[in-house]
Design a protein around this ligand. Sequence first.
Ligand code: UDP
Length: 620
Amino acid sequence: MRVLVSGYYGMGNLGDEAVLAAFVEHAKKIDPEATCVALSGEPRETSEAYGIEAVPRASLGAIVREIRRADIVVSGGGSLLQDVTGRKSVLYYLGIITLARMMRRPVSIYAQGLGPLNHAFSRWLVKRTLSRTSAITVRDEGSARLLRELGVVRPEPVVVADPAFALTPRKPDKSIAVQGSNTVMLCFRPWPGVCGREAEYAECIDRAVLELGITPVFLAFHPDQDLEISHCIAERCNAGKNKPAVIACNMPPQEALELISRADMVVGMRLHSLIFAATTGVPAVAIDYDPKVRAHCRLIEEPHMVEAGASADELYAAIASAWASRGETRARLRAMMPEIRERAEAGARFALAPVVDEPCRANGEEGKVGENESAGRASVLGSPVDCISMDDAVAFLMERAASGVGAHVVTINPEMALSAVHDSELADAISRADLVVPDGIGVVRGLRILGYSPPGRVPGIELATGLMRSAASSGMALFLVGAEPGVADAAAERMASDIPGLEVAGTFHGYFQEAEGEAVLSRIQDADPSFVLVGMGAGKQEKWIVKARKSAPSAVWIGVGGSFDVMSGNVKRAPVAFQKLGLEWFYRLVTEPRRAKRMTALPAFVFAVLGEAFRKRRRS
Ligand code: UDP
């Protein structure tokens, strides 16, 4: 798996570096073979610091090349989508997402903190762009609320925690000596209301030195920006024997985390100084200059917070109170951190879910059509089935293909539903599919017996043909895998002569050996189709799709059974009269007597469904 990560990396901000470091750490846990590539302001430094690949964030050529090579693009972490510091940030990060979508790569929004978005245009652009991604996680409830307000409902934003909560501290190569005991680390940043009050803050710190016995140490989290104000305050302090130390955090975030873990308390404006403190159990006083600081305090139930414009007296009062209750705070943080850390790690799992074979779903339950449509999702013998019409299914899958979110579609028949009762791999594939339609009349009748009202059959072959027509008129390509050698080609040729504009980007037969598997996947990946039709027989095709989907995660994958045999003209479909009477199975039995044994599945299915209906009634 190759992951391109976009964010404010290699720009000297420890908070964003922490997000990248944590993502790389967590991605490697999910897939030890994962190759992470970061867009960075300092590619060489980024590459050395995290042992990953990195390319210049401002080079369009490098960005396009890396998107093309990536399996997924992760737009990650920090406060990228806000327009208080100008609109450039929003345009840059949304531009990369749009480019990735144009190149048909899935995109995940990773643990971002959104807003403030003050301009109508930024708000519109964020809504439009994020609605076309595959997964969205945000680091706080406020960001989720903002997305809801903007109308981003799909994919459903999931609230996780900032990835830095689950970063592992690392002892620095060169130890930084922190002199004295009762160390209070101070992380200021320039901000209106703070600049110009340096003398007042110095006075407040002097008071804490004399009355509480603390040793102040300044940390410049974003050295380029924070060193000046840190020195400015430190130089005005004169209560201690020496002037307070000022440390420029030109170090990897894991080492800064270790440094903060040595503090007795933190007074912080920089969000990640507060996160590092919380995760290592260090009490803190937050200086609130941005909603993200408030959100953090809410999350960890931190009462010690003052506004950025607070007076020196107010700041001192908060410091004294936090100092007095530091024992309790440590205990509280220790108790709450395991759960927060788990949520922080979940961000990477959600972000990579579109390309990782894991039960964790990027789109949550909302990705399954049946649960959102009024018709709903039914269940037969433990397998889900979406009660959806042919037209709605085609519309839903066209939208999935156009937006690049992709989907796995199962066309379930009685034989498959019965097999799934005993075959857990198949059952898992079906239950994880985004759409499960009733291919056979048997399933439709079974659903009716169980009290559901499916609109009717959605036969795989008709769904495939409907999608071929819509794809042809939208300029989307298909790939056909399955059947005996030559059959998929013949099917492609015949369908292309029926459907003007149909583009079949490639075919492969369905009897390839295991050793050839990777070659098949490369062919699909290179073809970059919007739809992959897989006709390898019920059960086999569903399990294969689960594994193969990563080769074209933005495509819609459908198991179509023996459809290519029919499309190629090798096998005749039952006459329309048989189809209408629900007797297609009978026609097949007569014309293909070798299927007789498999057809015993039909009565077995009916009995099993009757048993389920009986149990259901007894329960209710
Ligand atoms: N098939 C395949 N690879 C296999 C086994 C089967 O490509 O290893 C093809 C087979 O040639 C046929 C299709 O899968 O085209 C299965 O057709 P059938 O009508 O039996 O499938 P159903 O629609 O009943 O699942």
